[in-house]
Design a protein around this ligand. Sequence first.
Ligand code: C5P
Length: 236
Amino acid sequence: MNSPAAGVSMTERLFAVVPAAGGGSRIGAAVPKQYLDLGGEPMLHRSVDALLAEPRIATIVVVLAPDDPRRPPAGRFDARVHWLPEGGATRAESVRAGLDALAAGDSDWVLVHDAARPGLSAKALARLIDTVRDDPVGGLLALPVADTLKLADSDDRVCSTLPREALWAAQTPQMFRAGVLRQALAGDLTGVTDEASGVERLGLAPRLVRGEPPNFKVTLADDLELARVLFSHGGN
Ligand code: C5P
């Protein structure tokens, strides 16, 4: 999986990994959430399409659960997309499997994007790539937290109000060099809920790049309704 990236002006190549091996049980559907319908297409296809809109991406590895028999119809995606049925027990393990399948050199860039974020726009993706490509560490799309934050006790009662000034909510894609990502995802992955948290464990400070509200993660039934409204209006 080592095709050259046509028309890329970056020295390093740019790859993408889409972890899509989760069960998505919190949404309460009969199929994993990445296969729920969004305007006539599975959510996963929408998320892959969002990456394919960026011509600088050479190869996209979609990581599926080992027992997942679903594949897109022949010809649905271009040859940049590869399906890897080697997902792990956690998101981080699935990403690690995708990374292992890429013939990426240490300095090549890898974008990791959740299958459950179908609302990524070409504009936000390009902003991430353009901002991070010269960064020594890498970075991620994220949004400054707008709501007032409450710390809850086990009875859902407020313990305190947290200062929100410096808080951002992480999104994907997250973009790091393959070498850094390999180190970040090596060994014990406890607490590594996104790539940036693994990179932070290495003592590095990823760059925050402003994302967009429609790039939310579809997690609960309400999120699915919102995503369906978005795609009934043509998506991004
Ligand atoms: O469950 P959650 O929404 O946090 O999952 C985020 C992404 O990670 C989803 O695209 C999901 O399919 C993927 N995932 C995975 N392997 C797992 C768990 C989650 O690829 N074991």
